[in-house]
Design a binder for this molecule. Structure first.
Ligand code: FEO
Length: 190
């Protein structure tokens, strides 16, 4: 969501809440036993609950089903998901550019570190699908670098788009490509 779109949606929510408050006051003029103001109060209470639930869907939570059966790699994946959530939070709460840059740099560095460690383990165990797996890593680094450049240079990407791309790519990669090496690596590397 762009800053402008986010600003418009905040304005709509604010106007909606203000409108509800006015209607509640007017509703009580019909009498305290009239159901209308009480129904409107209920709606007013539900709005922040729905808002929080919508926000929560943007973040990704580690699940046991994501495990590849190797503690160090699971730990890397958890760290990467945590950094992606930090990026999503920074985008949502509009933290300053310095903080966003810091999280972005940490994400890039840790992703490269993780890929390198994982590739080393695959080579050590002579994993037969190593080349295709490495190709996916290389493609991801190229794609995410392109997205980040587009964000940094001309803002044709928002930081939320970068976070959503990273989240989708990583969850799909862990559950698809990474888990295929489990029978070849589990118990042989740490
Ligand atoms: Fe865990 Fe293939 O990246």
């Amino acid at each position: 969501m762009s800053t402008v779109t986010k600003g418009i949606s905040m304005l709509i929510v604010s106007v909606l809440i203000l409108g509800l408050l006015v209607m509640i006051v007017l509703g009580f003029m019909l009498g305290f036993s009239h159901p209308l103001p009480w129904v409107l109060i209920g709606v007013l209470i539900i709005i922040p609950i729905i808002h929080d639930k919508l926000i929560a869907t943007r973040f990704v939570k580690w699940q046991d089903s994501y495990s590849v059966g190797i503690d160090s790699i699971d730990s890397d994946h958890k760290k990467l998901l945590g950094l992606i959530n930090q990026l999503q939070a920074a985008a949502h709460y509009k933290t300053d550019d310095v903080m966003i840059e810091d999280v972005l740099n940490q994400l890039i560095d840790y992703t490269k570190y993780h890929f390198s460690r994982e590739e080393g383990m695959m080579q050590e165990c002579e994993y037969p699908d190593f080349d295709a797996h490495k190709l996916q890593h290389d493609d991801m680094i190229k794609q995410v670098s392109k997205y980040i450049d587009e964000y940094r240079i001309d803002k044709t990407r928002t930081i939320e788009e970068v976070a959503v791309y990273l989240k989708t790519w990583l969850v799909n990669h862990i559950n698809g490509t990474d888990q295929k090496y489990t029978p070849f690596l589990k118990g042989k590397v740490q």
